[in-house]
Ligand binder design. Structure first.
Ligand SMILES: C[S@@+](CC[C@H](N)C(=O)[O-])C[C@H]1O[C@@H](n2cnc3c(N)ncnc32)[C@H](O)[C@@H]1O
Length: 319
């Protein structure tokens, strides 16, 4: 049986291979689609940063930070409740919080270590302690070799507390190839360029960005199924071609694409899904609205060749 890290690796494997650029650039600036400096929304009780925006502190396989503008255009203007059952690095969630899209927020993922991280940074005291201890850890390293030694040692550790799990998760996220955490290999380049003081400082706004948000470690079904008023669900599942390509159908770690489509067909909630454009997905959602769009990959940080690729994607909605 696979552990959660391996499962995560499997689920995102093709994303990891094909979307290196997105992962590597997810912490770079992306202009919000609405007017610059979104400030407040009279209908929202939640503070949002003045002249700024929340953004994910994580490098995330399959993360959609690069596509935020296009996703924003496809979203409704607002809802009472925002749900993100496959939240991953949370790029769309942070966008939604920045524009005060909803009054209530619910983020979820099956990846336990990731959820331990989001839980820990939600609490102001725990988040502060995390920043302090991560900075102590970082500033004590003298070389990439030392970071690697530490990485190899703690990779074997079974964290006993949620706090320790969160700390290690962030460390792994910063020092592995493409942020693949325990499932990925150590990257000297990442340990130098990604595990920096500023990467740790990016944790500071998270208690505010996550305040009041429900954070769960469930399968996506429970999040879709739950009744609610004026709910909008954003779904960014692992690519269909990824799971098929690697022959995961039917095994524990496969993603149930058809099951998700069946649930959504009967759901009273509005939803937006991003998927790779393929015949199977179009057939599963032939009852919904399907719109093609292109995901522009930027520069590939790995081989440093200025390549850009266009990925054929679809938005699927029921509104
Ligand atoms: C493509 S990633 C989401 C990336 C995210 N939108 C972002 O921008 O960072 C897909 C996520 O789905 C999660 N996942 C896979 N199967 C799941 C399931 N059955 N229930 C809940 N989450 C699942 C994975 O752990 C992963 O975090």
């Amino acid at each position: 049986m696979l552990d959660m890290s391996s499962m995560f690796k499997e689920l995102c494997r093709v994303d990891i291979e094909n979307q290196t650029v997105i992962i590597e650039t997810m912490n770079q600036a992306v202009e919000p689609h609405s007017a610059a400096g979104v400030t407040t929304n009279a209908s929202s009780p939640i503070n949002v940063p003045i002249n700024g925006r929340y953004r994910s502190p994580l490098r995330y396989p399959g993360g959609k930070q690069k596509a935020i503008e296009q996703i924003a255009q496809a979203m409704p203007k607002s809802a009472q409740e925002y749900r993100d059952p496959l939240v991953g690095g949370g790029s769309v969630y942070f966008y939604a919080r920045t524009i005060a899209f909803a009054r209530k927020y619910w983020i979820n993922d099956k990846f336990k270590e990731l959820i331990s991280f989001w839980h820990s940074v939600q609490d102001p005291d725990t988040c502060e302690r995390l920043q302090k201890e991560l900075e102590e850890l970082r500033s004590n390293f003298q070389s990439a070799e030392e970071v690697k030694e530490y990485f190899l040692r703690v990779r074997e550790e079974n964290p006993e507390t949620e706090y320790r799990e969160a700390l290690l998760f962030f460390f792994f996220n910063r020092v592995t190839f493409s942020g693949t955490t325990r499932a990925g290999g150590f990257s000297s380049a990442a340990s130098i360029h990604r595990f920096t003081a500023s990467s740790i400082e990016r944790l500071a706004p998270l208690p505010q960005a996550l305040s009041g948000t429900q954070i769960t470690n469930l399968g996506f079904r429970e999040v879709i199924r739950r009744p609610g008023q004026d709910v909008f669900i954003f779904l960014d599942p692992p690519y269909y071609t990824a799971t098929k390509l690697y022959g995961h159908g039917g095994s524990l770690h496969s993603f149930d694409h058809a099951g998700m489509a069946r649930m959504l067909k009967n759901s009273p909630h509005r939803f937006l899904i991003t998927y790779d454009d393929c015949a199977e997905i179009r057939a599963l959602y032939d009852w919904a609205n399907i719109k093609s769009w292109s995901l522009q990959y930027g520069m590939n940080n790995c081989n440093l060749q200025r390549e850009s690729k266009i990925g054929a994607e679809v938005f699927i909605t029921n509104y």
